[in-house]
Structures are given as structure tokens and as C-alpha cells.
Design a protein around this ligand. Sequence first.
Ligand SMILES: [Cu+2]
Length: 288
Amino acid sequence: MKIRNVQPTLLAVAGLTILALLPAPENGIAQPKRPPFVQSVSHKRVIQKDALVALEVAQAHATVATSGKALVFPDSVVQLIVRTGPASDMLSYRIQGLRNPTLILHAGASLHILFVNVDDDMTHDLRFGAVKPPDTTGTVGSSRLPHSEDDNYSAEEITIRATEPGRYPYFCSYKNHAANGMRGMLEVVNPQKSLEDMMKTNSTTMPTRHKDASKSGDGTGTVRSIDPVHQTITLDHGNIPSVMPAMTMAYKVADANLLQSVNVNESVRFTLTRSDAGEWLITAIRKE
Ligand SMILES: [Cu+2]
């Protein structure tokens, strides 16, 4: 009796599997598509705060779309560092200093992502797929990474390939995090599209263009280190309203001479400005 009860279920599962493997029909109805993302690498690691800051300073910067809320990647290999938000805005992601930016890239592109959970009390992950968050059916991405211990962050390196043009969410599947802000969009465009078209795509799909977040602000803090080779200065600074929350971070200086004007452990007053390329630069600094 039991076997007979099981058989129809098995048949149904087998049927669904065959459907999913069939090539997409041309009639446009209920096309079982291949998954939009394929994952090939996943490697967990622990990264120290200073090492993360250094990696973020050294990373190649993407072009920021005219909306100021999207990063455009015209290359077939995309390197990304994705971190969870600062303490004041933990249920969000930061990519190249932008909050939950839309990522625009070509179909066929590979994404090498270092996902880092800098949160000191919550678990987070980073998932990609053609789903409505927090559903993870068929998604790819990181595992759920535990919160940090002191300045040691849990991290995971993943490599995924975007196969199908379309708009897909990236999000945290843990508890209600996605609904509360931990999500962004990934826009996979036709490989024939030029960088210019990629930017346009984004401005048409994001018609409600808000004014850019403030591009410059003054702050105070303490100099933690100075790196003349990379022309960066690490500041432990307070909140700079609508520009940057309180944090310790290495910033590039707009002019190497600025590094001469202050010393490690000094209290300083400075101006932080976002360049057109979306990079944060120290444009003025002096001893307080
Ligand atoms: Cu989360």
C-alpha cells in the first residue's frame, strides 16, 4: 500500500525534472528557462578589518551611472567587494561606498565576489536569483555568515556567472532582513550593449531619480595611519551627516601634499568629497 502511495509523487517529480530540462519553446508561454546564475566557486575565510579596508582602497572602481545609484561593469570579469552596512544602517549592503547599488553587467560576465559580514551581532548572507526575496529557491550566493568577533570578519569568496539578461534581486535571506532593506538589483544586459547603453538602461528603468546624496562634507577624527605609497590616510572619524557614518576607514587624498600636513594620532578636521567616479577623497585636512 505504501509503495502505491509514493509512486504518483515520484512520477510527478520525474515529470517536473524533465520539463525543467527541456529547451525553452519559442511560443513565449511558461518557458522553463535555464537558471540566470551559475555558481562555480565558494570559499569561506576570515578577514581582518585592516585587510578589508586595504582591499577596498585598492579595488578597481566601476563607473557610477548618472542616477548615482548604479554601478556599471562593461568587462566580462567583475571583481566586487560587498560588505554589510555600517552599525547605523546594518540591514543594507555597501559596494564601493554606495548603499544597495544596482549592478549593471553583461550576460556571460563572471562575478568574483568577496562578501564580508562586518556586523558584530547578526548573521547575514548574499543571494542572487530570479525570485521574490527572501525565497531562495534556485538562488546562488554565499552561505549564512556569522557575526564578526572583534575585528575579525567572516567572509566568503564566491564566483558566479550571469547567464540570462534580466533584472534580478540580490538580497539577504536571513529572517526579515531583505524586507527591511538588505536588497538591491542586478541588471544583466545583452552582451552587445555598450557602456553608454548600459547607463541608459538604468536611467530608463529607474525613472524616479532622486537628487544625489550630498557629495561633500566636513568631519573630525583622529589619524590612525598614513600610507604615502598608496596616498591614503586612515581616519577614525565621527558621523558626517548625510555623507558618511562614523567609522575607521582608509581614504585616498586628492593631493599627496595633504599627507604632509598631519601626523598619526593627531586630531584633525577634514573635508570628504565624492569624485565623479564615485570614489571618496579627502580634499582638505588640517590639525584641529
Ligand atoms: Cu542579513
